[in-house]
Write a protein that binds this ligand. Sequence first.
Ligand code: PFF
Length: 458
Amino acid sequence: MQNQTSGKSSDQGGSATERFSSSGFILTAIGSAVGLGNMWKFPYITGKYGGAAFFLLFIICLLVVGLPVLLAELAIGRGGRGNASTSFIRLSKSKYWGGFGFLSIFGAFMILSFYSVVAGWTIHYAIISFSNVLFQDADYTHRFTSFAASGMPVLWQVAVMAITGAVVAKGVSGGIEKFNKILIPGMLVLLIVLIVRSVTLPGAMAGVEFFLKPDFSKLTTESVLVALGHAFFSLSLGMGTMLTYGSYVERRQSLGQAAAAVGAGDLLYALIAGLIIFPTSFAFGIEPSQGAGLVFMALPAAFSAMPLGGVFGGLFFILLAIAALTSTVSLLEVPVAYAMDKWRLSRNKAALWTTVLCCIVGVPSALSVGGAFSGFTIAGKSFFDFVDFVASNIILPVGGLIVTIFTGYVWKKAGEEAGLTNGMFKLWMFVIRYIAPVLVILIFLYSSGIISGGEYGK
Ligand code: PFF
């Protein structure tokens, strides 16, 4: 892996001396936000928790809580100009806050260890779809379970981590920003091709209606909590990613505008993902509420039945892979930035070691969905589910809570960094101080299973 950080970057630790360009930063932050959460999780939880009414709820959560917390994370990063731990220390002058920040670094690493496994599945599926191997046997559930039970997911996870590590090693502007600047617009092109295909299928309109015509009687309290939790996951909050990216943002960049653009981008990609998946599902009589298997086990049946299905299926899975990779890059940057500062490592070395470590920690996850580790459980969950549970349902909301409390009550200069007008600042502070913490605590109580219902997104 080669280091080519440009401009003010350095190879000797001190991660936050590197900078994004303005448009590059927004695309890169959108790249982090748009991921498997939009393309894989969002459709099946929307199917499960209320269709269009759930989508509306998700939009409200994104606007009311997601964006203010996103702005807070970006501001902490730029204000502190450090990694997800040292930024807190610099702004509060207290080591304790560094410990809280470290929790989210650990969370990012844990998410990456299993998220990269699912990203690996998408690359495998893209290949077998293009080659039509996917359609040789119409039992798609069996195909998925036998793939997951083999050793192959480990290889694909390592491939995903190798790409991610190589991009991160090339630095903020020369690697991460460049990668996103090419792939995010590329993704939009793929999305448009696929949307045209899906909404022109016979019977597709029932899917469009399911996704866009709200029926509020379908909503439950659970839907609200799931929507809130997903707004956090989808905007990559609580894991130090937006904070770390924020540390590379130029002073002249308006963080309020950036947060709004990232929120809009995330929403747009969720909307388009829904407009691909629901019409396709309805056109082929697939139940959209069937859960995590929707994309890997149900949609292949739809692709097999349409003309040029292998190509459309392949493009669809490539899209998922791109969305996933731009997010894995953001997740890896969090521990890499930390390792560079903490151990004065060069970017290359930090990227190499965190990548290797993540591959190792990812092995049991890759082998626990029916594979060699499937008999190994922790607290009644497979390794994969356990890591997902701890990272997504415990560390993520706790990380979000830390950000809101820090911005609302500890860091006195948050307003200056955020650069909002007086009225907007007051509104922001109101949400950050009084609304967001309460809602984040509710997500935590719900998603950790302390209040009924269990975890979200499952
Ligand atoms: N936002 C990403 C998605 O929707 O897939 C997932 C994610 C990335 C979550 C980075 C958290 C994070 F820190």
